[in-house]
Design a protein around this ligand. Structure first.
Ligand SMILES: Nc1ncnc2c1ncn2[C@@H]1O[C@H](COP(=O)(O)OP(=O)(O)OP(=O)(O)O)[C@@H](O)[C@H]1O
Ligand SMILES: [Mg+2]
Length: 375
């Protein structure tokens, strides 16, 4: 649906290309998330795909239309939502702007009026429909841009940082709109700085850095790259010497042994640490590891020190495992595992209502704070 091949864009007077031999494909019905730091080339790519600027070399096509030679066909096939607020008429209201751009798409009459009403409602701008565009806040301008991109119900959407500068509740709504587009079989290219957003929404994620596409893959495959943590420690010894350099090397070797450190390399005066993803060690991981150690999954609880055995005793998993072991290894009947079963029933009776209570408290709190379902 979107095919980009060796795309390069060099802006006059710039030391490096804004895009450097970028190639990728977005399959129909897929969401492609493009991540990258400021100046990586994301907006340049969106501007080329939306036919606003020309590439220096390479090719790109949308719905099999070449962005250079079949630009008007490409424009009819896409919905573009970008930051460019200058593309609206400042003295027209939000509603009038959409009416004007709808007219350009050949829409009109009751169908257009209903569609504008629906879209303003969708992006949360119904109350501001009669406000002049120049009086819109930054976030409201972005929302109007999103509404305009949805006007003609195109098949491909290009969204340049659609949730940037948007409040959390509205950002969540925008993510839902994007998911709904995918549900309707639409193809979306989306740029963002938000790794969580790219991971959650995208079928495929691409990472741009200094104009180069350095990685492309599904979010699970790119998790290592997305979550890479790098720490650079700079040493400034009063008198740099071979000895201070050796000390940095020695420190790097020692730090590399820590579980949190993936690699450590020493230069003079920098020490670069690549940290293992903290995302791998989640509270649930810690909880399950500790409970499996304490409840006898790995070895009998009798091997634990006495004070830890006391903790084992209050864990339901210990009793469940004990009942299972007695039944499987000694062929114990129901009467013999009554103490374990009684403990399990009692703890279940206590913990299930507590769990419900905690869930409802958390649910009400999140609902009041408006953060329900946010990520
Ligand atoms: N019109 C222009 N003239 C000259 N250089 C430009 C122009 N537009 C972009 N650039 C340069 O191209 C590079 C890529 O810019 P681009 O706007 O595509 O980055 P980006 O990834 O969208 O960044 P951000 O996350 O800040 O929006 C930057 O180095 C920028 O300075
Ligand atoms: Mg940009």
């Amino acid at each position: 649906m979107i095919v980009v091949h060796s795309l390069t864009r060099i802006f006059p007077g710039c030391a490096r290309p804004a895009l450097d031999e970028v190639s990728f494909t977005v399959e129909p019905g897929h969401i492609f998330g493009l991540l990258g730091p400021n100046g990586a080339g994301k907006t340049t790519l969106v501007r080329i795909l939306s036919t606003l600027i020309l590439p220096t070399s390479g090719t790109a096509s949308v719905c099999e239309y070449d962005v250079v030679h079949e630009d008007s066909k490409v424009r009819r096939a896409i919905g573009l939502a970008a930051g460019g607020e200058r593309s609206f008429y400042f003295r027209l209201t939000g509603y009038q702007n959409l009416e004007f751009f709808g007219g350009l798409l050949g829409l009109g009459g009751r169908k257009l009026r209903n569609s504008i009403k629906h879209l303003l409602d969708l992006v949360g701008l119904t109350d501001a429909r009669d406000l002049m565009f120049m009086k819109y806040s930054g976030g409201m301008k972005r929302k109007l841009s999103l509404a305009r991109s949805l006007l003609g119900d195109p098949v491909v959407y290009l969204f340049d940082e659609p949730t940037s500068g948007i409040d959390p509740g509205s950002a969540m709504r925008i993510r839902e709109i994007i998911k709904e587009l995918k549900g309707r079989g639409k193809t979306v290219l989306l740029t963002t700085h938000n790794m969580g957003e790219a991971e959650k929404l995208s079928d495929v994620v691409g990472i741009l850095k200094e104009g180069k596409l350095i990685a492309v893959g599904t979010p699970p495959n790119l998790r290592g790259v997305l979550r890479e943590r790098k720490m650079v420690i700079t040493f400034s010894p009063r008198t740099p010497s071979a000895q201070s350099g050796n000390r940095v090397c020695d420190l790097a070797r020692r730090l590399a042994r820590l579980p949190a450190v993936a690699s450590a390399s020493a230069g003079n005066p920098n020490l670069v640490l690549h940290l293992n993803s903290p995302g791998e060690i989640t509270p649930i991981w810690i909880f399950t590891t500790v409970t499996s150690l304490l409840s006898g999954v790995l070895f009998p609880v009798e091997m634990l020190p006495r004070y830890l055995q006391a903790i084992s005793f209050i864990l339901p998993t210990t009793h469940a495992l004990r009942a299972l072991r007695l039944t499987l290894t000694r062929g114990a009947n129901l009467a013999e595992i009554v103490p374990e079963l009684t403990f399990l029933v009692i703890t279940s009776c206590l913990t299930i209502p507590l769990g419900f209570l905690a869930f409802h408290l958390g649910f009400d709190k999140a609902r009041k704070a408006g953060s329900l379902g946010e990520y």
